[in-house]
Design a protein around this ligand. Structure first.
Ligand code: ZN
Length: 312
C-alpha cells in the first residue's frame, strides 16, 4: 500500500521502551522528500547515509519538535542542502525546550510538582542529555500552516494542525486515497503521550481531544503512523483513544487525595518501575490530566509550601 502511494518507510531504532520511529521517503519531480529524521545519533546518521546514497534530497518535512522526529533535521539539512518545513509553533517550541533559560527553570517546576530532589535532578540531567541529540537546529525555510497544500512525492496533501501531542504537530491528509499520515496524533496499539512539559499550551489534553474530533470528520480509511504499522479505520481507533482518556481521567480524579502533588498522583497512576526518561513522561502525562480536570472545574489547585496540591 505504501508503495502505491510512492512512500518508503524508514524505521529507525530508538534507545527507549518505544523502540522505533517511522520516517518516510518520497520521490517527487525535483528530488526526494524526507519526512522526520530520528534522533541525532550515530545509528540514524549512518542509516540515512545508506538510504539517501545517490538521491537528491530537496525537502525535509518535520511533523513535530519531539527529539525522535526533529533531532537530526539540522544535521541532515547541512549534509543535503535541503529545505526544511515544519510548523512555526513547534519550531519555537524546539528553540525553547532545550534552551538554558528553560532548563534553569525546570528544577523549580519539578519542585512545584512535588518531585523529590534526587529524582528531579536525574530528570533534569535526562532532559539535558537530549541537547546533542537535537543539535544543530535546522534553518526552517517554510512554516507549515493548517489548510496548506503540500506535495509529498506525486500526491498532494492537506496540512492539518492537530495540537495535543505537541502544540504544533501537523498531520497530512491525502483526500484522493482517503489516507492520513497521522505522525503521533493517532497511533495503533499505544496511545499517544499527552503531556504538559512546563511550556506552551496549558491544557494539552483538551486540545488533543479537539484534534481527534477534527480528524474524525475526515473518516480516514488508511492511517500511516510514526510508531507501529499502518492500519485501516481512523475513527475506530479515535474512539478507543478517547475511551482510554475517559478511563485515565477517572483514575486521575480517584487518585487525588486531600492535597496531592503531581508526583503523588503520578505514583498512583504509574505503578510499574519507571526509568528516569519514563518518569518524565509519567509526570507530564499526570499533569496534563490533572490540569484538564482543573480547567473543567473537577478539582482545584493550591500553592502550599512551594508545591502545588490538588483537591477534589
Ligand atoms: Zn514520536
Amino acid at each position: 500500500m505504501l508503495e502505491k502511494l510512492g512512500l518508503k518507510r524508514v524505521t529507525l531504532d530508538l534507545p527507549f521502551r518505544l523502540d522505533h520511529v517511522n520516517c518516510f521517503l518520497a520521490e517527487g519531480d525535483e528530488g526526494w522528500t524526507v519526512i522526520d529524521t530520528g534522533l541525532h545519533n550515530e545509528e540514524p546518521v549512518k542509516r540515512w547515509q545508506d538510504e539517501l546514497n545517490g538521491k537528491n534530497v530537496t525537502d525535509i518535512i518535520i511533523t513535530h519538535y519531539h527529539p525522535d522526529h526533529f533531532g537530526y533535521a539540522g544535521g541532515l539539512q547541512k549534509k543535503q542542502q535541503a529545505r526544511v518545513s515544519m510548523s512555526e509553533i513547534d519550531y519555537k517550541a524546539a528553540l525553547n525546550a532545550w534552551s538554558e533559560q528553560f532548563l534553569d527553570e525546570l528544577s523549580h517546576n519539578y519542585k512545584l510538582a512535588g518531585i523529590p530532589d534526587e529524582e528531579a535532578g536525574a530528570m533534569l540531567a535526562n532532559t539535558k542529555a537530549f541537547v546533542p541529540r537535537v543539535s544543530p537546529y535546522p534553518d526552517v525555510d517554510e512554516f507549515l500552516w493548517d489548510g496548506d497544500t503540500i506535495t509529498i512525492g506525486t500526491y498532494n496533501y492537506e496540512v492539518i494542525a492537530t495540537p495535543g501531542h505537541s502544540d504544533g504537530l501537523v498531520t497530512f491528509y491525502n483526500r484522493e486515497n482517503n489516507m492520513l499520515l497521522s505522525t503521533d496524533h493517532i497511533l495503533p496499539k499505544i496511545t499517544p503521550n499527552i503531556s504538559y512539559w512546563f511550556h506552551g499550551e496549558p491544557n494539552p489534553l483538551a486540545r488533543y481531544l479537539e484534534s481527534l474530533d477534527k480528524i474524525k470528520q475526515l473518516d480516514a480509511d488508511l492511517v500511516i503512523p510514526s510508531h507501529g504499522n499502518p492500519f485501516n479505520g481512523a475513527n475506530d481507533r479515535i474512539a478507543e483513544i478517547k475511551s482510554h482518556h475517559d478511563d485515565r481521567l477517572e483514575q486521575t480524579l480517584a487518585s487525588i487525595d486531600r492535597g496531592s502533588t503531581v508526583y503523588e498522583v503520578s505514583q498512583q497512576l504509574f505503578k510499574k518501575r519507571l526509568t528516569v526518561h519514563e518518569m518524565r513522561f509519567a509526570v507530564g502525562e499526570t499533569l496534563a490530566h490533572l490540569e484538564y480536570l482543573r480547567y473543567k472545574g473537577e478539582c482545584q489547585r493550591e500553592l502550599n509550601d512551594g508545591k502545588y496540591q490538588y483537591y477534589v
